[in-house]
Design a protein around this ligand. Structure first.
Ligand code: NAP
Length: 532
């Protein structure tokens, strides 16, 4: 039998965003229920358990800053934390702040309908539980809906099939197996070296070669940790202000790659290559805005790939020919080296796509690759996927899916006009995936909690973005992206990896400016919103 529970706030998702939102709303004295489809906390780190899964932002930064004791007491063992360690950390946070008692696991939200008469959201789930609530907060994550390409014969494969974004909790042992991996994005690039270490034969099916920079992960340097922890709050504050795109401790060098001499440029690129991973893109200020500057960086990485991969033909196939950083730059540990192993084969799909999946494996260009296991590292319906899968209906019954038919439209990535009291944490139109997600999550949660507190204190019940504020913001988000090279490739930032998805650049570029704008909106009595 269906039971409807009344709570002040429903939060959808128990990842980093949902947990902190719960903590803050509880602090305001609200009754809160978090609804989570998974069987435990963790969000992206709960699902993405593929071998080698690791964060590409340094662990001393990819962690909450809202509680000084928490950030002092937790110690990371590596420069870049592995998925198991991040999940341990999230579980620790859930225990430490006694969060689990307000989370309902194994509960997928299927619908959220706004009732203008009662000024409440009605939330339906795939279980018998239903909720009515004033505040509905979507903490559904930016990369939480895996995509499976529509390949002919996909269901006919008789071996084992996996998706990196839905990895079995008990792990997978590929020892002695013939394994195929489809995709060469971050998930593939992290998992391939480890799968190669187990498999008897490994076939990598590559449609687009990707840029990747060695992550240079290493054990945590205790001196660095102590130094940062001695002034953690200042460090975080400085970083939040400094970051132009990613919240990392190495600031971007502002000079132009085009103004440096060849020798200087090589030194600068090499220095940032040695820093590792995403930091490579911090070598110059114009790498993501100037095509010529970007080409110099591309050439540098292509030379690195040639110097690592022994077979020149294989090396040639691995060379990316697009804008570096346009798709998220990958950070690897021994990815290109993997192709020097005799049991690893690169299958180039650039001329011909996969013909079909067969009961025995994959058919491509007249050859059949017999496989025991097939790994889809094929990515996500990013930023809008999770929201579009919920039947969300606003004030006049319009669905969010209909509103976003031509691409997502939000005000500040926080709200959608016509959907009062519904917030999206790190929604499209906010910096989100182009920052250290933890900074963006905490900033959004703090803003939303502040807003709820302000309205409650003034006896107000509703906040809703105006259509004009939303339209102006969408135009501004597009304008920011148009000054960069981010629109010069087919990335998931643009929705280009999902057939039929409108091509719209979804994240907002510029974290400090964004934070200032959010603060200003609040200071000006929620400019661009209607309060009632
Ligand atoms: P992704 O970057 O979207 O890569 C998907 C891969 O699958 C691409 O190489 C794509 O090729 C390929 N693909 C898709 N459909 C295909 C088809 N029909 N045939 C052949 N190949 C196909 O997905 P991801 O690797 O899961 O990464 C997504 C994002 O998650 C990353 O960009 C990053 O933001 C995040 N992530 C972060 C980390 C980290 O922190 N280190 C690790 C993993 C993921 P095309 O390029 O040709 O489309």
């Amino acid at each position: 039998m269906t039971q409807t529970q009344r709570v002040d706030a429903v939060v959808v998702g128990a990842g980093f965003a949902g947990l902190y939102m719960l903590h803050r709303l509880r602090g305001l004295g609200l009754s809160v229920r978090v609804l989570e489809a998974g069987s435990d906390v963790g969000g992206t780190w709960f699902w993405n358990r593929y071998p080698g899964a690791r964060c590409d932002v340094e662990s001393l930064e990819y962690s909450y800053q809202f509680d000084e004791d928490l950030q002092q007491e937790w110690s990371w063992t590596e420069r870049y934390a592995s998925q198991p360690e991040i999940l341990d950390y999230i579980r620790h946070v859930a225990e430490r702040f006694d969060l689990r008692r307000d989370i309902r696991f194994d509960t997928r939200v299927t619908a959220a309908h706004f009732d203008a008469t009662t000024v409440e959201w009605h939330i339906q789930t795939d279980s018998s539980a239903e909720f009515s609530t004033r505040w509905c907060i979507m903490a559904t994550g930016c990369l939480s809906v895996p995509t499976w390409p529509a390949l002919e014969g996909a269901d006919s494969f008789t071996g084992s099939t996996f998706h990196t974004g839905r990895w079995p909790h008990e792990g997978v042992d590929f020892s002695g197996q013939r394994v195929g991996v489809i995709g060469t994005g971050s998930s593939a690039i992290q998992s391939i070296p480890i799968i190669a270490g187990q498999a008897r034969e490994l076939y990598v099916f590559q449609r687009t070669p990707n840029f990747s920079v060695p992550a240079r992960n290493e054990p945590m340097d205790p001196e660095l940790e102590a130094r940062i922890k001695a002034g953690y709050a200042d460090f975080r504050a400085r970083n939040g202000q400094m970051q132009s795109a990613f919240g990392v401790r190495h600031p971007r060098c502002e000079g132009s790659a085009l103004e440096a001499s060849e020798a200087e440029r090589q030194r600068q690129f090499e220095h940032h290559w040695q820093l590792g991973g995403l930091l490579f893109l911090r070598a110059y200020g114009d790498l993501l805005v100037n095509t010529e500057a970007n080409e110099l960086a591309q050439a540098f990485i292509r030379d690195k790939i040639r110097s690592v991969v022994e077979d020149p033909e294989v090396a040639e196939k691995l060379l990316p020919d697009s804008v570096v950083g346009c798709k998220r730059l990958c950070a690897d540990s021994g990815y290109f080296e993997t192709f020097n192993q005799p049991h690893v084969t690169l299958v180039d799909l650039r001329r011909e796509p996969i013909e079909r999946i067969t009961p025995a494996g994959i058919r491509h260009a007249g050859s059949e690759y017999e496989l025991d296991s097939l790994v889809f590292a094929t990515g996500f319906d990013a930023m809008t996927g999770a929201l579009a899968r919920i039947d969300i209906r606003g004030r006049d019954g319009t669905t969010l899916r209909e509103r976003w038919e031509d691409g997502p439209r939000t005000y500040l990535g926080l709200q959608v006009a016509g959907f009062p009291n519904l917030f999206t944490i790190t929604g499209p139109g906010s910096p989100s995936v182009l920052t250290n997600m933890l900074y963006s999550i905490e900033q959004h949660v703090d803003w939303i909690a502040g807003c709820v507190a302000d309205l409650s204190a003034r006896g107000l019940t509703t906040i809703e973005a105006t259509g004009k504020a939303e339209a102006d913001w969408v135009a501004h988000v597009n304008a920011m992206a148009s000054h960069t090279l981010f629109t010069h490739c087919n990335s998931w930032y643009l929705g280009a990896n999902v057939p039929g998805k409108p091509r719209v650049f979804m994240p907002y570029l510029g974290f400090p400016e964004y934070v200032a704008r959010c603060n200003e909106v609040r200071a000006r009595n929620y400019e661009g919103f209607v309060l009632s």
